[in-house]
Structures are given as C-alpha cells and as structure tokens.
Design a protein around this ligand. Sequence first.
Ligand code: MG
Length: 377
Amino acid sequence: MKVCGILVAAGAGTRLQAGMNKALTPLGGEPLFLYALRALRPFCDHMILVVREGESGLFEDALRAAHQGPVHLATGGQERRHSVENGLKEVPGDTDIVLIHDAARPFPGPSLIRRVIQGAAAYGAAVPALPVKDTLRRQEAGLTRTLSREGVFQVQTPQGFQRDLILRAYAHSPRSLTDDAGLVELLGETVSLSEGDARNFKITTQEDKKMAEMMVSGASRTGTGFDVHRLVPGRALILGGVVIPHGTGLLGHSDADAALHALCDALLGACALGDIGQHFPDSKEEYRGIPSLKLLEKTRQIMTDSGFCPLQCDLTIVAQKPMLAPHIPAMRKNIAQALGLREEKVSVKATTTEGLGFEGREEGISAQAVAMVRETA
Ligand code: MG
C-alpha cells in the first residue's frame, strides 16, 4: 500500500505572530513544520509540502539543515482549499492513500497515524476525532444556553483518503470547508472516525504555542551508551561512519564502529528499548560486516515505531591514535543525516587517555554517548 502525505504549511498564522508563516515559527529551536514532517515521514512513500508563494527558499533551507531528505514542494493558494488542491496535483498516480495534515499540529503520534491509514484503507475516508469533554454553551441574542455534547466530536488531522475519493471530492465541489472530510461528505460518501489524541492539538494562539513548548521540553528522556572494540591489523578503522586511514582497525561482527554502537545504545536506552545486542545480535548473518550507519538508521526506525524521536546526542571517542579531529565534521554529518537532525544537535568529541589503559596502549578504542529523545506517543 502506497501512502502519500500532504503537509499544508501555507497558512498565514495571523493570530500567532504577525508577519510570519506559522509553520516557520520556532518551536524548541526548530521551525514548527519539521515536527509534523518527521512524524508523518516514516509512514509516507512520498511527501508533499505545500508552502506559501515566495517562501519555498525558507522551507528548503530548513529541510536541508534538518537533513530531511526528498520532499516535494508545492505552492499554496489563497485559501486552504486551494493549497490542498495544489498538493493533490503532485500526488503520484500509484498512491493508494493520501494523508492530509496541517503543519500547525506538530504532534501526531505514530499510533494515531496508523489508525487513520487503516481506516482510510478500509472505509475510503478516515479522520481522527475526539469526543468533546467540556460542556458547551451557545450564545443567542445576548443569552447563553447549554448544548448537548452527546455525540459531538472534535476533528483533527491527518485525515486519510483513498486517492480517487479525495480527487473526486475536490473536483466535485468548488466550496471551501474547514476540512477535507467535509468535501468527501458532499459526495454523499461516509467518513469513518478513528480515535484522536489530545496531544495532537492545533497551534492557533500564543497559549497553544506555550503548551507545545512545554510538550517539547517536558517529554524528553535521556540515555547513555558505552562500547569498546579491539584494534587489530587488517581491518578498516571506521568511526562515526567515516573510514579513517590507520594501520589497524576495529574488530567485530559488523564494521565495529564503536562510536555509533555507543550512540545506538544511548538512543535505545533513552527509550528503555533494550540494547544494540538484542536488536542486532552478532549471531545473525545479516549483520556481518554491516555498516553501523545502517544500524543507526534501523535504531531510529525502532524508536519511531515505539513512539520516540531523537532530539540531540553527545559522543566521546577515546583513542590514543589516530588524530580524530579532522574527521569529526564528517561524523557529525553522518549522524545528523541518519537521525534526521540538524548538525548543531549532534556533538562528537575525541580524547586520549594519555597512554593509560587499553585505549592508551592502542589495544582498542572505546566510545561513550548520551542521547536525548522525545516521546511522540
Ligand atoms: Mg559494538
């Protein structure tokens, strides 16, 4: 089943901060739209980002800095409807399910996204919805009266649709509605509800923004990792995914990249998801000689599936020789790419033990890592 995500980031955000596209306003030091993009991406074979005219350069810079691989940019229109329509034009023909999401909702969790995809596949259209919890009152002629909240739902995004259905809905109706499911209903089709999540709220006001900042900083967890490999002749020395010219290299079942192994363990540790040996046992032939950058990518996938995303990391490599400083920028880049982070969130340091211990005697190299992750579900 092929899924295409359309992330709508073309709103003006006038209620939040005058003069700036809301999707570009910073949250936890990063442009807001990146949160939703990172959340949707693992579920999408193709990703379309709809941006305001004249702002594609700003979005492209942000995507590049955060190592967010291929994203197709589309230009937004006057109203949300036009923006989605422009995004729909870019959906590949072999797509089964289209997910349409507002960039102003930074926290769609993996289980919510899965439910929407499954609902859309089964019923044609699915939207995440939450029963209204507060009592509702309506103002009429200066007076207010209580409304029944029985059977009343708040609707969120991403909304999921079978491709043909959403294309038909947009072709059929020239009207603008506040969501896409409404247009599907105008065709006489039914929209199924999947369970929403209160954390998947929309940032509209400054208050919402403060809540989001609290979520980003409050839901973080920390883990540590440590690894050692023996130095032997006849092996390549690979650290942080960089091949370093040296007379000896690290011995191991994989490429024995102790730095990345420590990092994988720190990430898994922060999520309490076990360790690298459990996930990638050296008894398995498929991991023989595997580049550890692949293991790091797999670790990120395991985290995503379990509802976590990496925030930042710090690594220390302990080696008497060779001099590692010239290779550190390339290591940071490799790690940032594998984790979808900006390089400023990835720290790599190297030190010696002044000749003491096994590292000092050049019998082996050790590495320590600390990682911070955020709960996404
Ligand atoms: Mg190891």
